[in-house]
Design a protein around this ligand. Sequence first.
Ligand code: BG6
Length: 481
Amino acid sequence: MGFRDDFLWGGAVAANQIEGAWDTDGKGMSVADVAMYKANVDVKDYQNQVKITTENIQKAIADKTVADYPKRRGIDFYHHYKEDIALFAEMGFKAFRLSIAWTRLFPNGDEAKPNQAGIDFYKDVIATLKQYQIEPIITLSHYEMPLNLSLKLNGWVSRDVIDYFVKFSRVCFESFSDVKYWLTFNEIDSVTRHPFTSAGIIPDQSKHLEQDEYQALHHQFVASSMVTKLCHELIPDSQVGCMLTKLTDYPNTCAPEDVLASFNKNTMNYFCADVQVKGVYPPLILNFFERNHIQITMTNEDLAIIKANPVDFISFSYYMSLVSASDETNLELTSGNTVVGGKNPYLETTEWGWSVDPVGLRISLLELYDRYQKPLMIVENGMGAQDTLNADGTINDQYRIDYFQAHLSEMKKAVEMGVDLMGYTSWGPIDLVSAGTSQMSKRYGFIYVDEDDAGNGTLKRYRKDSFYWYQKVISENGANL
Ligand code: BG6
């Protein structure tokens, strides 16, 4: 048993990491437009590096240059999308996951009418994809909420944001009604790891930050269910997915205390998908709220909406795994995808410290499918690495091929074990600005973009060795992995 005939092979991006053109054609500022470049960022210390304060945001708003804010320039996909999509088509892509920048349609998030130029841009991107029979998979919210809603309402802490988001989503469904696959919130569970990026929460505006984070999450659950319902009504054959950061965790030893520590981490990681798939808050999480004096305002109506509108499929990102112990004092730590955790001595790490764990991908697929028994889609996977552009325009990225080969063959084994997998979109099929560090030098692509961390370069696109490797995998529908 191999991959489905209609398996969605492709790549995934987010508007704020590729488009650039941050103030073009009426676009407003999003939370991504104030994210500063962090040279030598220590991702192990992610929370301290972020340093989001109202004062810093105001300074960033006053600074109209792009120099320190790489997400304002991205890779200029806004003006290169035809060329980039042609390259994806050349690789044989069946699907391309992209997000719609909320601020292109509603620059401040709360306007009465949408900005037509923003709608037109995405219409043309989608038409270009369709021209090559590439299925768009659209994320409605990928770390780019309007900055205005963050400053005015402390982001998703406010219930009012639900209505603004539903309005934005309605415009998307009506304007892009030929799109079948939709994801609501990218890595929804990340609200508690980076509340500003994920939910527009400015810590100095919160009296009880942890409570506000869970309140914001609750509002996102309600909004996600509301737009799932709306999408089904407006686009009858559509499918809507949740999107989870799959942070697979292992016990450091077989000591029952370590197993328990790891169980607790994994339970917290599954919590959001549990709500979005099963339609109810897990009892263990409600108990966690109680023990931690977290009081969330949730109405009966909210709970009824969540219950009535679960997602159709589960999408997730997978990059690395970590280990947990009951006593972490002697545990060697390493960084992961916006998390820090125990380093696994059996695994190699990338230059950024993320553990490379292909078998962990198979474990994740099996666990998710066993838990939910709904179709799965891997919508992010890949390795950030520095690449060298040779004088002849080639890039020899065998390390990236090795990473993908190992992960995709484990993915194949999971499918052979019965997992219902709809598709696989690698993260950043074309180099883009890093979400965590705003570096360009942390490259994920099959396509190299000539641009450095300071924004210098021709922006010319080059095919890496991995480009041809992925092209072959797709053409064989993964038969020889
Ligand atoms: C995921 C995000 O968490 O990880 C992406 O959804 C992000 O937006 C990706 O780019 C990789 O992280 P980073 O920090 O290396 O860009």
